[in-house]
Ligand binder design. Structure first.
Ligand SMILES: Cc1cc2nc3c(=O)[nH]c(=O)nc-3n(C[C@H](O)[C@H](O)[C@H](O)COP(=O)(O)OP(=O)(O)OC[C@H]3O[C@@H](n4cnc5c(N)ncnc54)[C@H](O)[C@@H]3O)c2cc1C
Length: 435
């Protein structure tokens, strides 16, 4: 029986461990905490309504997996030797799923009372306990995590400011999706401002945030730091963000050592982008399933088609595959077709030459349940034309999806012209139709 070691008991580690065990491997999972904290995706919900205790670690260990809590894996070496304070153990293969940690850039006033840096689960619980006394919090950070924290704080009639440099917008969200979320946030009383330099001021507690010289009064500053991959020591090749560099099988530079989730970076998917990498935070579950199965001796490959659903400011989000900025980061010539109707929006990201679907995002009243089917569509790389005329049902959300596909086709054929149109995003060269 193949002996697999999984490092980390978060979403990626438990998924990989369960998959390897289902494939018949004997699996040992090491988690450095005594009790596995709840998955960090759930933390914003704890701010809204703190439950008493995280789930029991034993109960949350995947079936058939030997989970060892309170053990920090110090290093992984060649021959899949795993080093802990208790000694060295050899395995046939290893899955690194050690996630990420908060990267906190210090700024003046960060230690004042009323400044909450959300780096650990305990920080979230502390904010949850004190939330009730806050009246005018400022949330620093712009991605989906920061928006979810702002959403949790808005309850109870507070006004919340969301601050941060624009460049920190979540690369997983397309511009149209971000806009829908922002409008919904503003309708609920949130305001947004931007700046590069940050200072928290006040005598003892924070009383204002100074952002690029502009003063914003507040009674709390909630900082949502960016995340950087965290890895045990080892002779691992890492990507530009510091994550373990993996190929499509999720194998790292150490033979039979795989990596997935927040600690991994997938090397570029197009020939033009051999040096680009994609953070695998957003597709924890699918990347870990591939890593877990391969560690157990299968031969699977991963395509970057993770999906996630969320509800923020009363808006349902369903996202699958690559966003526009992720696709372009990977060197793909991607464009976006966006359709908005009755407060809902759908954007499709596709390859401008082939019309192949790369990703899909929808935002509206009732959409999260659509993320698995969207993920399936993106994973099959369907073309715009096969999507546009597919018989998918009659719901409003589906008709929005089909309309976005038809609009993409129209653009590719050159609306009102002969075979060439301007890119929907206003850039790049015209292309032939060929769908
Ligand atoms: C506040 C917050 C909110 C977030 N909200 C969202 C969201 O809304 N949507 C979203 O998609 N993502 C969100 N994320 C990102 C999310 O955390 C990741 O996508 C996902 O949790 C990554 O899962 P993971 O299993 O790779 O890592 P983690 O969940 O970080 O798990 C890694 C585990 O490995 C353990 N570990 C690390 N090193 C070692 C070692 N050397 N030895 C033993 N054990 C070790 C850690 O203790 C940890 O339990 C959020 C993150 C944070 C911090």
């Amino acid at each position: 029986m193949v002996k697999v070691c999984v490092v980390g008991g978060g979403t990626a580690g438990s998924t990989a461990a369960a998959e390897a065990s289902d494939c018949g491997a004997e699996v040992t999972l090491f988690e450095r905490h005594e009790a596995a904290p709840p998955p960090s995706d759930d933390w914003p919900d704890f701010i809204r309504s703190p439950r008493t205790a995280p789930p029991s670690p034993r109960a949350s260990a995947p079936r058939g997996v030997e989970a060892v809590f309170g053990v920090n894996v110090l290093a992984v070496g060649s021959g899949c030797r795993v080093y802990t304070a208790a000694g060295t153990r050899p395995f046939d293969s290893v899955v690194l799923a050690s996630g990420s940690s908060a990267l906190m850039r210090p700024f003046p006033g960060v230690t004042k009372r009323g400044v909450f840096v959300l780096a650990t689960f305990e920080d979230c619980l502390r904010l949850a306990r004190e939330r009730i006394s806050l009246e005018r919090p400022v949330v620093l950070g712009r991605g989906l995590r920061a928006l979810r924290v702002a959403d949790a704080l808005l309850e109870g009639g507070r006004t919340v400011c969301v601050a941060g440099p624009d460049g920190r917008s979540d690369p997983r969200l397309d511009p149209s999706t971000s806009l829908v979320l922002r409008k919904a946030a503003e309708a609920r009383g949130a305001s947004f401002f931007s700046g590069q330099s940050v200072k928290a001021v006040g005598t003892e507690s924070v009383e204002a945030v100074v952002l690029d010289g502009e003063v914003h009064a507040c009674d709390a500053l909630v900082v949502v730091p960016s995340l950087v991959p965290s890895l045990p020591a080892g002779d691992l090749r890492t990507g530009p963000c510091g994550g373990a560099l993996v190929g499509a099988s999720m194998e790292s530079s150490i033979r039979d050592c795989y990596a997935a989730g927040g600690c991994a970076e997938l090397a570029g998917v197009s020939a033009a982008s051999a040096t680009r990498t994609l953070s695998l935070h957003y597709s924890c579950a699918p990347s870990s399933r591939v890593a877990g199965a391969n560690a157990a001796g299968r031969f699977l490959t991963f395509r970057p088609v993770g999906s996630f659903g969320a509800r923020v400011f009363g808006v349902g989000l369903a996202c699958a595959g690559l966003s526009l900025s992720q696709a372009r980061h990977l060197g793909l010539d991607a464009v976006e077709s966006t359709v908005s109707r009755d407060g809902s929006t759908c954007s499709l990201v596709y390859d401008s030459c082939s019309g192949r679907l790369l990703g899909a995002q929808m935002a509206g009243a009732s959409l999260p349940s659509l993320s698995p089917p969207l993920s399936l569509l993106a994973s099959q790389s369907v073309s715009l034309s096969s999507l546009a005329y597919a018989d998918l049902g009659e719901s409003t959300d589906i008709s929005l999806l089909l309309q976005a596909a038809r609009q993409g086709i129209a653009w590719r054929r050159g609306v009102g012209g002969k075979g060439a149109g301007l890119r929907p995003d206003g850039g790049g060269a015209p292309v032939d139709s060929g769908d």
